[in-house]
Ligand binder design. Structure first.
Ligand SMILES: *Cc1c(COP(=O)(O)O)cnc(C)c1O
Length: 460
């Protein structure tokens, strides 16, 4: 019997060919067919350029990964050098300079508190590793009942089955719910929940009290609490006071649970310090990094762990070791890109420079703080967000997000709202003119989108 006919591979344009063969991520392909894909030719600093020569400012750093622009000459040079030396080798039984230097430098950035680095390729795998390490470390120490995890409402930690079990985003999770081993979900410290007269610190304390109650109820059963420090990004850039992290740290110590800080999105300077946890003055037991660590160049993730956790596996018995592996663990090219990224942080005093450009962008976006159509204008480090005040109708948020995306794209800016939340997470390389231009386009796209949304409401 003949297989179903395959559409001919005509010359077609790149976007058409993509729709024919590529299954795009986070996409309902039937809807994508209505909105043309952007077919890219190349990148230049913060800009993406399509095959027709149109330019788009990558104001969300290509899903939060890019730090120093596309085709960055310094990262390129490091990769070209590494290509001539070693592209990849297995990391069991072998080692190489890039993976050793990267582990040393990251540990030094934690003041030596997180002394070991375990490598993988994507963020979800790093989360899986942190969960497995936590459970297995407790088991090796004689606490095999500690096998439950706690996560935060609306939290996001990736979409493989283990990571999804500690993710509380209905859109990504509901279809697979029957497959998951459920974690406990506790209140989010999201500062937008402040009641009249309450501060962000009050909200943080209230959320931490709920965690305390749960840890007391499940005493001896919880392996780890996983949090996204300072900003729950996928939840729609929900921000909280560092007090929450101090409380979680203290509660984990009190109840004998590990604290896992998922810094996959908020690490690498995104919130204003290299690690977000620094702003609370605490260190977790396990810390995950990915996204920005390779400068947005190559898939790389890792878990930093305290020596006490590492020591729990150090034994004559093979089965007490952490036997997890991925084919590309510690890939030299990715590690070299990460080293070049850390060099830029050090050589250019990036955190101080970001503070200056962040102040300028905050100032340029200031009209949003007084716009009655925009709620909760908020900012931390190199993340800005606000929520559109939309009519209370089903589908309003997703219609807004699509319309805003299209409007911004037509103006040469890549912005992809999460529901009613518009956010900016640009690379760390915007000059003053580009900052002002980005703010102007964001305000204009919001204005047009809201006018269209409200007009549609009236005519409906
Ligand atoms: C993106 C993200 C992940 C998952 O990383 P992937 O590389 O997409 O698997 C996990 N945690 C957080 C906080 C993230 O933002």
């Amino acid at each position: 019997m003949d297989a179903s006919p395959r559409p001919p591979n005509g010359p077609g344009d790149l976007a058409e060919r993509s729709l024919r063969q590529v299954w795009h991520p986070c996409t309902q392909m039937k809807q994508q067919a209505k909105l043309p894909l952007v077919a890219l030719s190349h990148g230049e600093g913060p800009w993406l350029v399509d095959t027709g020569g149109e330019r788009y400012l990558d104001a969300i750093s290509s899903w939060w990964v890019n730090l120093f622009g596309h085709a960055n000459p310094r990262i390129n040079a490091a990769l070209i050098d590494q290509l001539g030396r070693l592209e990849h080798a297995m990391l069991a039984g072998f080692t190489h300079e890039p993976v050793v230097s990267l582990s040393e430098r990251l540990s030094a950035l934690t003041g030596g508190v997180l002394g070991h680095a375990f490598f993988a390729s994507d963020g979800a795998s790093a989360v899986e590793i942190a969960l497995k390490m936590s459970f297995h470390a407790w088991r090796n120490q004689g606490y095999s009942d500690k096998r439950e995890f706690v996560c935060v409402r609306n939290g996001y930690h990736g979409e493989t089955l283990g990571a999804l079990a500690v993710t509380d985003v209905a859109l990504f999770r509901d279809a697979y719910d029957p497959l998951l081993r459920h974690a406990h979900v506790v209140a989010s410290p999201d500062a937008r929940q402040a009641r009249d007269g309450e501060t962000a610190v009050d909200v943080a304390r209230r959320a931490a009290d709920e965690l305390d109650t749960l840890l007391t109820q499940r005493e001896g059963r919880i392996a780890a609490v996983i949090v996204e420090p300072l900003v729950q990004c996928a939840a729609g850039m929900a921000m909280h006071d560092p007090e929450y992290l101090r409380r979680v740290r203290a509660l984990c110590d009190k109840h004998g649970a590990h604290m896992i800080a998922d810094e996959i999105a908020v690490g690498c300077g995104r919130t204003g310090t290299f690690f977000a946890s620094e702003q609370a003055g605490i260190w977790p037991d396990l810390l995950t990094l990915s996204k920005g660590i390779s400068g947005g160049y190559l898939p790389l993730s890792l878990v930093l762990s305290r020596d006490a956790i590492y020591d729990a596996f150090y034994d004559d018995d093979t089965a007490r070791g952490f036997l997890h592996s991925h084919s590309y663990t510690g890939n030299p090219l990715a590690c070299r890109a990460a080293l070049a990224t850390l060099d830029i942080f050090a050589d250019d005093d990036v955190l101080a420079r970001n503070a200056v450009s962040a102040a300028r962008l905050t100032q340029a976006l200031a009209p949003l703080a007084d716009d009655p159509r925009a709620k909760h204008f908020r900012h931390r480090g190199m993340i800005w967000a606000f929520d559109a005040d939309l009519p209370d109708a089903p589908g309003a948020a997703s219609a807004f997000a699509k319309r805003f995306y299209t409007e911004a794209r037509a103006r040469g800016v890549l912005l992809r709202p999460i529901g009613s939340t518009v956010y900016l997470m640009p690379p760390y390389v915007l000059d003053d003119g580009t900052i002002d231009w980005l703010a102007a386009q964001t305000l204009a796209a919001f204005d047009t989108t809201m006018n269209a949304t409200l007009k549609q409401e009236v005519s409906a």
